[in-house]
Write a protein that binds this ligand. Structure first.
Ligand SMILES: [Zn+2]
Length: 278
């Protein structure tokens, strides 16, 4: 007998009140379930990055917030890579002029560093799907010029076996929330990963390109939607661009009118490889 039930039973016995154990039991169960419900409601909001208490949900504590490096203009009009100085509106970086990417524009919310890596890792491996809507809000702000009416949102797909291991595709979760908050269509089925690629960690830029070449496919039943569409491809991290470029080329070959890229974070070209091991 639970202590509370025992206490009620003893109280009833002492007062000479008749009691039914079943009735008292059900009252006690209700009391317990009610308290559990209240406890759920009473969980105070926590920092998305370190779990310390915050004033409102979906926020970071002051310390974590300071560590995040949000990307804002000036940046390359095409790749979205931040400029150290302002070369004027619409300026394009020298590397994009030298080797134009297949995508139309790429944007990201934050620089990928040890702080933002914590959030990406929590979402990807930590079963913290509750982070996705908040991270998506930052992406919506960073990619507002890409989120035009009629744009179809889709995630960079995981290979089926990798998705089983991880149970969900973190990029699909971000894509779903980005699309939902802008009233756009999210169509994860437009692109599939037909080949399992090795992790890009430790590979040079040219090896990364080769690793993902031929990894993506537009299924026959999706071609009608892709043809002539303006697409927004969503991923968690933009590293060398090899994955985004490979996916983008496949979509363009299938007839997409335009493909933009929106990621939560982007790696700085000067970043060390140690960061990539997320
Ligand atoms: Zn924090």
């Amino acid at each position: 007998m639970r202590p509370v039930l025992a206490a009620i039973s003893i109280a009833c016995f002492a007062s000479g009140m008749p009691f039914s154990t079943r009735l008292v039991g059900s009252l006690t169960e209700s009391l317990f379930s009610g308290l559990a419900g209240l406890a759920d409601l009473a969980v105070p909001p926590q920092c998305l990055m370190c779990d310390t208490l915050t004033a409102e949900p979906g926020a970071c504590c002051a310390q974590c917030w300071q560590k995040l490096r949000f990307i804002s203009e000036p940046y390359c009009a095409i790749s979205g890579r931040p400029f150290e100085y302002d070369p004027g509106a619409g300026a394009v970086s020298p590397e994009v002029l030298a080797a134009p990417p297949p995508y139309n524009r790429a944007r990201a919310a934050v620089i990928y560093d040890s702080a933002s890596k914590g959030l990406v890792t929590r979402l990807k491996y930590g079963d913290r799907l509750d982070l996705a809507p908040w991270m998506a809000q930052w992406m919506v702000r960073a990619g507002r010029e890409l989120l035009e009416p009629g744009v179809i949102v889709l995630p960079v797909p995981l290979h089926a076996t990798r998705r089983i291991g991880r149970r969900y595709n973190q990029s699909a979760e971000l894509a779903r929330h980005v699309a939902k908050s802008c009233g756009l269509d999210c169509r994860p089925g437009l692109l599939t990963r037909s080949r399992k690629t090795r992790q890009q960690v430790g590979l040079s830029a040219s090896k990364r390109e080769r690793n993902v070449a031929g990894a993506f496919r537009v299924p026959a039943q999706a071609r009608g939607v892709v043809r002539g569409s303006n697409l927004l491809l969503v991923d968690d991290v933009f590293t060398s661009g090899a994955t985004a470029n490979a996916a983008c080329r496949v979509l363009l070959r299938a007839g997409a009118a335009r493909v933009d890229i929106l990621t939560f974070a982007r790696v700085e070209p000067t970043a060390t490889e140690a960061l990539y091991t997320a």
